[in-house]
Design a protein around this ligand. Sequence first.
Ligand code: UD1
Length: 416
Amino acid sequence: MEKFVIGGGHRLCGSTRIKGGKNAVLPILAAAILTDEKVTIHDCPDISDIRNMLKILNSLGARTTFENSVITVSGGISVGEIPTEAAKEIRSSVFLLGPILARIKKAKVAYPGGCDIGLRPIDIHLKGFRELGIEVTEQNGYIICDASGIRCADIQSDKVSVGATENLMMAAVFTKGSTFIRNAAKEPEIEDLASFLVKMGAKIKGAGSDVIEIRGVDCLHGCDYTPIPDRIVAGTLLAATAICGGDVLLENVVYEHIFSLVSKLSKSSCLIKPVCDSIYISFKSRVRAFDIVTHPYPAFPTDMQSQFMAVAATAAGTSIITETVFETRFKQAGQLIKMGADITLRGDTAIVRGVGRLSGAEVTACELRGGAALVLAGLGAEGVTTVDGIRHIDRGYESFEKTLTQLQADITRICL
Ligand code: UD1
């Protein structure tokens, strides 16, 4: 059991470099089993979701190494069953189904776990598989798939799903003819996965738009790849600076990827400026209130809703935050209220009346991004905040306390 102990009230200053994105690296690792040859992925963050994904790849028969931010995967896979404990640990286990089926035609997985932020069904994945001619059986909490009869298809998704788009793209990579995914997700991580697959020899067009075309090839080969930087880690540090004030340089950021966040701060007196592949951030005074409605990319990301709720709690004025992607993603609100925030929840909407400074308290992280939001709130609060349940935060932020200490924050990890 570990906790963060945070001394609030320090302005942030200095620079830090953002590594490859969790949500970019995880599907790329799944795709790496599409070849027996060696795949080398650079700039990977050392976070528990990635460590768990590597354990699953090993259990499928692949060989993996992870040193100095570089992951290698080689040897392909011989097993199609994902261990139940591991599948319950990370939701990304579900998008291993696509590459397993593409490679060895049979797969079995328990219903996936991940953050407790809503219902998180996988019907869009399974409907797409069935349209590809894959037999899908759901039995006692397991999904069993047989892709002996896989064929190309024209798939229309009723709802935009990042994971389903990635899963179907990987499943169809060896299928003769052209497969289309319509109403595809347009997140930068989708484009990045497609770039990786193309580097391995796949034929994919349209990733990043509504319609993706996958033309089947016979085999894929190994490659070296550097995933896109983590836009959510960058956004979290932007939110931290908005709360604490200060001057920060974030290196390795694609400005366009975080523009929906930057635009929410346009009424505040601050400077957020791209400089080559970095962004310079300067906040001198209290942020002004803003309204947010979460939607798929390029709109405001659900993965930044909690951190911006922490910003809104300290802002001048009242902010309205509407969460449309996940059903129960306001779990941080109760903990922020413990710290003095003024938040009223009405269904999918939170009304946040900014109170200026929050007060230090003992709070508990219940999920990844909500947990990060509590750390940010603690950094700006008066007095000491302790954040429990930080294993959730470790899923997506590499040594979060070290990154923040580098920016002059007062935060320590303590083991109980
Ligand atoms: C991915 C991200 C996650 C992010 C989310 C939305 C990874 C590893 N995770 O999750 O950080 O919060 O995108 O940007 O990349 N849905 C269905 N049926 C399905 C699949 C999804 O109804 O079969 C619904 C979900 O419940 C949710 C919405 O669609 O309401 C979006 O989910 P989806 O885009 O699939 O999220 P993930 O891929 O799980």
